[in-house]
Design a protein around this ligand. Structure first.
Ligand code: ADP
Length: 281
């Protein structure tokens, strides 16, 4: 099980500009509960704190206020149970595709009961197959296209079978056609593995296409403005679901939320405040 509870989370950064320091409230009173096996997308304007939230969920950063619980336990740092896929592929250039996928398995092997070398290779080959890269196991990242590299990153994130997959705009750098292919691939993998997925995007269509629920964030300081249940037929059953009226309604509803006149960004309000002298960290 892996229920994630984000409770009243706040995060403030101090930004230095010469002798001046400014406080930036990135997240404020953010609440969200994600159930085991759910696919939730988070959409929000640039700079609203999406990556900040993902870093907290990954255990790479800690909230200044509130807490994040996984199955009732506070996150104490990064863990193999929560895998992250970033926008940039972050593969080791000196390792082959298979050796990149084995990275998480090697960390696991250092603990008790990890897989042997042969088992790790077999698992890497299996997961590269799952993302459609059979035959590319021994290629280096420089010999792969952007889409293929991101497939390797997904295989690497999944190979040690994490309970939660955290994705930070993983397809943003890809061309439209490759992006759509990988969206479908991700939905197939999710159906097969049952992994809980939290997927961050600033693309409204992507959020609607992938998510069972779309959490819409406000402009900075980021908080959850509204959560929308997406009730659409199986993507594989309906041809070109993106052009259906229902899909368009969801897309428009989210667009309206993101462009609402009272949104902090639209109002020109700021969440940046000078830090009193001597108070900067
Ligand atoms: P998003 O992912 O939604 O584009 P981010 O989470 O990257 O937004 O950033 C939210 C806000 O916090 C932005 O104003 C950003 O400049 C600020 N911020 C993020 N990380 C830091 C940091 N390490 N130091 C100072 N400010 C930061």
């Amino acid at each position: 099980m892996s229920t994630i509870e984000i409770i009243d989370v706040g995060k403030v950064f101090t930004r230095r500009n010469g002798a001046q320091a400014q406080r930036v409230t990135a997240l404020e009173h953010l609440d969200l509960k994600v159930e085991h096996g759910e696919f939730v997308t988070l959409v929000g304007p640039s700079g609203c704190g999406k990556s900040t939230l993902l870093d907290i969920l990954a255990g790479l950063s800690t909230p200044d206020l509130g807490q994040v619980l996984v199955d009732g336990e506070r996150i104490e740092g990064p863990g193999l149970q929560r895998s992250v896929v970033f926008q940039q592929y972050a593969l080791f250039p000196w390792r082959t595709a298979a050796a990149n996928v084995e990275v998480g398995l090697e960390s696991q092997a250092r603990g008790r009961g990890g897989a042997s070398r042969a088992e790790r290779r077999a698992r890497a080959v299996e997961y590269l197959g799952l993302v459609g890269l059979q035959g590319f196991e021994d290629r280096y990242p420089s010999e792969l296209s952007g889409g293929m590299r991101q497939r390797v990153a997904i295989a690497r994130a999944l190979a040690h079978e994490p309970q939660v997959l955290l994705m930070d705009e993983p397809f943003a750098a890809l061309d439209a056609q490759t992006r759509e292919q990988l969206q479908d691939l991700l939905l197939q993998i999710w159906a097969r593995t049952g992994t809980t997925i939290i997927f961050i995007t600033h693309g409204i269509e992507e959020a609607v296409y992938l998510g069972q629920r779309v959490a819409v964030m406000s402009g900075r300081p980021g908080t959850i403005k509204e959560i929308i249940d997406i009730d659409l037929p199986e993507r594989s059953v309906v041809d070109d679901i993106r052009s259906t009226a229902r899909f368009g309604e969801y897309r428009h509803r989210i667009w309206q939320l993101l462009h609402a006149p009272h949104s902090p960004l639209a109002a020109g309000a700021t969440s940046e405040a000078p830090v009193p002298a001597g108070a900067a960290a």
